[in-house]
Structures are given as C-alpha cells and as structure tokens.
Design a protein around this ligand. Structure first.
Ligand code: HEC
Length: 88
C-alpha cells in the first residue's frame, strides 16, 4: 500500500513539474535554433501577435518542415515564449 502511494507521488511530481517546466532561457534557445532554419529567427521578433496568432504561425511553419523538426513540445514552448516577449 505504501509503495502504491510512493508511485502515485512520483507520478504526480513528474506530471506537475513537466507541465510547469517552462524556463525562458531554454525557451529562447529552442526558438532560436528551430526558427532560424529557414530565415533569421528575428523575423518573428519584428512583429507582435496574440497567443492564438503565434500558435497559428508556428503551426504554419511546422507544415513547411519535412519530418518532425519542430516537435509538439517545441511548438508549445515557442508559442509560450513568443507570446511572452512579442505578445499583444
Ligand atoms: C521550413 C522552413 C521554415 C521554418 C523552420 C520556419 N519558418 Fe517561418 N517562414 C518560412 C517561410 C518560407 C516564410 C515566408 C512565407 C510565409 O510567410 O509563409 C516564413 C515566414 C515567417 C513569418 C512572417 C509571416 C507571418 O506569418 O507572420 C514569421 C513571423 C515566421 N516565419 C516565424 C517563424 C517561427 C516562429 C518559426 C519557428 C517555430 C519559423 N518561422 C520556422 C519558413 C520557415
């Protein structure tokens, strides 16, 4: 029974930490590496968009790449980053 609680605690811990694992420094690094493959990453920084606007843009950019260059996780982090630094 105790072991069950232990695993439950671990699962909860992993869930909580992974859903709150946004850290601006690594978000910036992911944005700069993934969004500078085809054009300067600065293209994105020249404009401001709403969270939905950025989500749409990042999804559109993902479609241009072959394969899974920008993962779901990257998309989530990049959208969060751009909304924070270039939101409106
Ligand atoms: C596979 C190549 C490729 C990758 C990777 C890429 N882009 Fe683009 N991006 C383009 C091309 C081509 C255009 C110009 C044509 C267009 O707008 O569709 C563009 C245009 C843009 C624009 C201007 C148009 C608009 O919708 O505002 C922004 C902003 C942008 N990209 C942001 C990003 C971001 C953010 C990322 C990273 C998630 C990214 N791009 C990754 C190819 C790419």
């Amino acid at each position: 029974m105790k072991l069950k609680h232990f695993f439950f605690a671990i699962t909860l811990f992993v869930f909580v930490t992974s859903s709150y694992s946004y850290d601006e420094k690594s978000a910036k690094a992911i944005f700069e590496s993934k969004c500078s493959i085809c054009h300067p990453a600065d293209w994105a920084l020249e404009r401001r968009k709403t969270a939905d606007g950025w989500k749409e843009t990042v999804k559109r950019m993902r479609k241009k790449t072959a394969g899974n260059v920008i993962t779901d996780e990257d998309e989530r982090i990049i959208v969060q980053y751009l909304t924070k630094v270039r939101g409106k």
